[in-house]
Design a protein around this ligand. Structure first.
Ligand SMILES: [Zn+2]
Length: 142
């Protein structure tokens, strides 16, 4: 008869072959649930279901797939994430609004620069320089 604590299914049952060729029932603690994808929630492949003490002793390469987002996202979601990062999908309306906002900001900046130069009473050369600077979106890094 099994001991009282082994009568329930708290422990899992493992058949172990002894050296004397007998099969014996062993009671072991249950394994944790499989790791899930952070995006779609499917079980991750290549991530072992083991108790923490065993996971800590495993080499890092055997704990998760060696690719970007390995152990966090499934391969499908990883592909999506990489593609989205490379070319972000934006709605055409949002893009237009952003462009308008940018152009408005640039116009304001240009006007402010011109006003400043006028107030200081500097020569036309300074005005031209300010206009050039305003036209350039990104200053050169050297
Ligand atoms: Zn996924």
């Amino acid at each position: 008869m099994p001991a009282g604590r082994f009568k329930s299914r708290t422990f899992r049952r493992v058949f172990v072959r002894t050296p004397g060729a007998r099969t014996v029932l062993h009671y072991r603690k249950r394994k944790p649930k499989a790791a899930k994808c952070g995006c779609c929630g499917t079980a991750l492949k290549g991530v072992p279901r083991e108790r923490p003490y065993k996971m800590s002793n495993l080499p890092k390469t055997k704990k998760r797939p060696e690719r970007p987002f390995g152990g966090n996202l499934c391969s499908r979601c990883m592909r999506k994430a990489v593609v989205e990062k490379a070319r972000p999908v934006e709605k055409p309306e949002e893009v237009k609004e952003e462009k308008e906002a940018k152009s408005k900001d640039e116009e304001k900046k240009k006007q402010e620069k011109v006003e400043k130069t006028e107030k200081k009473g500097k020569t036309e050369k300074v005005k031209k320089e300010a206009a050039k600077e305003a036209k350039e979106d990104k200053p050169k890094k050297d």
